[in-house]
Design a protein around this ligand. Sequence first.
Ligand SMILES: [Mg+2]
Length: 198
Amino acid sequence: MESFLAFPELIAFDLDYTLWPFWVDTHISGEPFKLLSNGNVIDRGGFEVRLYKDVASILEFIRCYLPSTKLALASRTPEPEWASGIISKLEITPDLKKVNFLKEEFGLKESHFEPSATKKPFKEYFSSIQLYPGNKLPHFRAIQKDTSIAYDDMVFYDDEPRNIKDVNGLGVFSVLAGNGLTIPLFVESITKYISSKN
Ligand SMILES: [Mg+2]
């Protein structure tokens, strides 16, 4: 029997220390950004941009198994042009074992798109990308406008308690990702979100 779980309609992510282990404004020294053969991006100072190890597989799981869930980025980086330059170049390689693990954890059967371990542009996963300094309320107003999805149908991951507090105030189910986005945190938080809807 197929279960009909109320998955979020949108999942938004902070960038620095949520999807990747650095701050754009302090670790990155600027353009040019070059794509490496492993899909990572190197900046002018030789700093190699890579995502936390579970991120690619989580994104691919959502793309293939939760095709009605939109994805968004919300970063308050003081260097939005550098963040944007990196995002436009970065490619990701999902791990099919991890994608399959997530499918099993949520008891899903059919994929709408076939999961694939080939490199894909990171940017293409996202329906709304909001990069600018200040608190995150304008980011979420813009995401809401872009997607027409209600705040209480959204989940948000961020490593900073101040952002969690602000965005929670809008009614978004906000999750503190103190050690970055991992598969155990994703499963635990999405399960809690689903229970909160029942
Ligand atoms: Mg952060």
